[in-house]
Design a protein around this ligand. Structure first.
Ligand code: SIN
Length: 306
């Protein structure tokens, strides 16, 4: 049934009805149907990294009752945090030693070169799109700030030993989709998988381990985080549709006094109207998804050869 649902939500003419799409900004509706429960994490404010996140005590965290282990955090990012990760995903991550789908070099200033062309970037252990097997010979250093971000979310959820070792950054445009798949390349399938969204919204379908089961559609907005733990790590999921977010942009009002560790010299770009403009344009027309995984088992130091 995953396929049928994917087709329904992908449709342009007629567009799909959104009435069954779980919307975490309308939580009373879903509480009443016993679809979600609220969960609390154990992180204290003192554990907070200065990396664009709001006070962890204010985060709204839910688990889907029909999909045990599928956790959703409603946008815990500040507006500056959203800008920071956008700049990292466009200015820095799509360059060596990281890998992208692009053969030719691109210049972010010429925005139109990027549009529709940049589809993915891989970091850390590089995802092999053909074999789906990670290799010790195909990895680069994992960005420290993205590791820190993932670790803080992991800690909040009690995954204190989580090690970020691989990431895929996906770039979506209004006609992009990501078909149903499972993530099973990691040797460690117990570790959670963290998925961060920025820019335009998406319908995200989360199913079960069987392609025959009915998936649940969820609306993801800028800043939202989906964490796939337990069985949901091996569940089918996909993105049939990118939707325009008609609300006020969540990256709109930046606070120049926000405490932020800016080791990568990003904030100058976030605060300068001219420098920020191409990123703003990108976010208004596109969606960025960073998903972060642990590859190795806790006791493993590296992948065994071949
Ligand atoms: C993925 O499953 O790899 C990405 C999901 C998303 O874009 O939200």
């Amino acid at each position: 049934m995953f396929k049928e649902y994917f087709k329904y939500y992908k449709s342009r003419k007629p567009p799909p009805s959104l009435k069954d799409v779980m919307d975490f900004e309308d939580i009373p509706k879903w509480y009443l149907s016993f679809k979600v429960k609220e969960i609390s994490g154990s992180l204290g404010v003192s554990d907070r990294l200065n990396n664009g996140l709001k006070d962890p005590n204010t985060w709204k965290i839910y688990e889907l009752i029909d999909h045990p282990g599928l956790i959703f955090i409603e946008n815990p990012f500040t507006a500056l945090g959203q800008r920071y990760w956008t700049v990292r995903c466009l200015r820095d991550f799509p360059f060596p030693p990281n890998k992208t789908n692009l053969k030719e070099k691109f210049d972010l200033k010429v925005y139109d070169q990027l549009e529709l062309k940049l589809r993915w970037t891989t970091l850390g252990y590089h995802h092999n799109w053909d074999t789906k097997v990670y290799s010790e010979d195909d990895k680069s250093e994992f960005p420290e700030d993205l590791a820190g971000l993932s670790e803080i979310i992991a800690k909040k959820l009690g995954y204190n030993k989580f090690k970020p070792e691989a990431a895929i950054v996906n770039y979506y445009y209004f006609n992009s989709t990501l078909s149903g798949h499972t993530d099973h390349s990691e040797q460690n399938l117990e570790a959670p998988l963290f998925s961060f969204s920025f820019g335009q919204s998406a319908i995200f379908l989360i199913g079960t381990e069987s392609f025959d089961d009915k998936p649940t559609p969820i609306l993801l907005r800028s800043g939202d985080i989906v964490i796939m733990t337990k069985t949901s790590h091996l569940s089918y999921h996909g993105v049939p549709k990118i939707l325009e977010d008609k609300g006020y942009p969540k990256w709109g009002d930046v606070d120049s006094t926000e405490d932020f560790d800016d080791y990568n010299n990003v904030l100058g770009t976030c605060f300068d109207g001219n420098l920020w403009m191409p990123y703003e344009k990108f976010l208004r027309n596109s969606r960025i998804n960073m998903n972060v995984r642990q590859v190795l088992n806790d006791t493993q130091q590296s992948l065994s050869p071949g």
